[in-house]
Design a binder for this molecule. Structure first.
Ligand code: NAD
Ligand code: WQD
Length: 329
């Protein structure tokens, strides 16, 4: 299939382009490069030996998206493009609601015009809010603590309503847990601008000496060692989950957790990183970060049964590959 990948120069999008190309699909990428670099597209070509059609385009711009669909026969869409910094979304709610919701609406509107009925959407475990773990797809969603999370819940709702009104439309809502790691080549990976918000990129920057020490946000949670517990998933496993979802897509709405089903604490991840890479990462315990929950991990049964997909790579590979990418930067 020829897949339109929005946000394909970004972290998860670039790894998914690799997985799509390796599975025999072709890709047309649109990215406005607000949080990525065009050289990532060259890296995707280098890894796969395949071509990538790239447009520097903003997918909130309907004319630009329409122009791309008029030039290429698109069979399906994977929509990654969006702003994703939770804290920033509290400071700039309008930018987040506008960018993330308009992007979802424009891309689905153009899909409708061109009769493209396969749509895969990047959602997030954040839509579960503070439900009981493990999070299951059938749970009632709880309010999130920030505009970013609300854009994911609202986009899910928009796409669900489109599917209700159009019986030919097929949509997969993929709820990612905590993606980490990088392609094993070390050519692509997570390279956030400025000081990272997320744990793994912060650890790799400390390991490299670009930041002094990790601040561990709270050690008084009701968890194995008091630090937060998350379901870290290797980004290549996540990427392969998209290919599986696309291949199995049938009419209607299909929701899948993409996680490993295993919880790992902040200190356990730190210890694994030090042992996998033989590097010390200094840290201090500080106060809890507002809005954080204690524990988050998936029930990943549905994706295993329906998509025949499971995460294959463990914490060791996640830590090794994250460092392999960062040390070459
Ligand atoms: P990323 O920032 O690396 O990638 C997003 C890409 O979208 C970037 O390349 C950015 O330049 C582009 N973009 C943003 N707005 C755009 C627009 N209007 N038009 C065109 N391009 C635009 O982020 P990521 O980690 O790869 O996340 C991809 C998707 O997955 C996002 O929707 C994010 O919300 C979602 N997600 C990410 C995580 C995570 O922890 N990384 C977890 C759950 C869900
Ligand atoms: C993980 C754990 C922190 C940084 C976020 C979004 C979520 C999804 C994934 C997009 C927590 C602790 C972190 C640090 C720390 N994104 N931590 N020191 O918060 O689980 O999820 O990214 O959809 O929506 O909220 O990920 O990597 O920020 O934090 O101690 O410097 O690491 O407190 O327990 P989080 P994270």
């Amino acid at each position: 299939m020829n897949i339109f990948v929005t946000g394909g120069a970004g972290y998860i999008g670039s790894h998914t382009c690799v997985a799509l190309l390796e599975a025999g699909h072709s890709v047309v990428v649109a990215d406005n490069l607000c949080n990525s670099k065009e050289e990532t597209i060259d890296r995707i070509k280098e890894i796969t030996g395949k071509d990538v059609v790239f447009y520097k385009a903003d997918v909130t711009d309907e004319a630009a998206v329409d122009d791309i669909f008029s030039k290429h026969k698109i069979d399906g869409v994977i929509h990654f493009a969006g702003l994703k910094a939770v804290g920033e979304s509290v400071e700039k709610p309008l930018e987040y609601y506008y960018n993330n919701l308009v992007a979802t609406m424009v891309v689905s509107k153009v899909c409708k015009k061109y009769g493209v009925n396969k749509f895969v959407f990047s959602s997030s475990a954040t839509v579960y809010g503070d439900n009981e773990v493990p999070f299951v797809e059938t749970m009632k969603l709880l309010p999130t603590t920030n505009p970013y999370g609300e854009t994911k819940a609202m986009s899910e709702r928009i796409l669900t309503d489109i599917a209700k009104a159009n019986k030919d439309f097929s949509v997969a809502l993929l709820r990612y847990f905590n993606p980490v790691g990088a392609h094993e080549s070390g050519l692509i990976g997570e390279d956030p601008n400025g000081i990272p918000n997320n744990l793994m990129p912060f650890i790799t920057k400390v390991a490299k000496g670009k930041l002094n020490k990790l601040r561990v946000f709270g050690n008084d949670y009701p968890t194995v060692d008091g630090t937060g517990v998350r379901d870290f998933i290797h980004v290549m496993d996540l990427a392969e989950g998209h290919v599986a979802a696309l291949d199995k897509l049938t009419a209607g709405v299909h929701i899948y957790n993409l996680g490993t089903g295993q919880g790992t604490s902040v200190l356990q991840l730190l210890d694994a990183f030090e042992r996998a890479n033989n590097i010390k990462v200094p840290y201090e315990i500080v106060d809890r970060r507002p809005g954080d929950i204690a524990t988050c991990y998936a029930d990943a049964t549905k994706a295993r049964i329906e998509l025949n997909w499971v995460a294959k790579r463990g914490i060791f590979e996640m830590c090794r590959d994250a460092w392999n990418f960062e040390k070459n930067q």
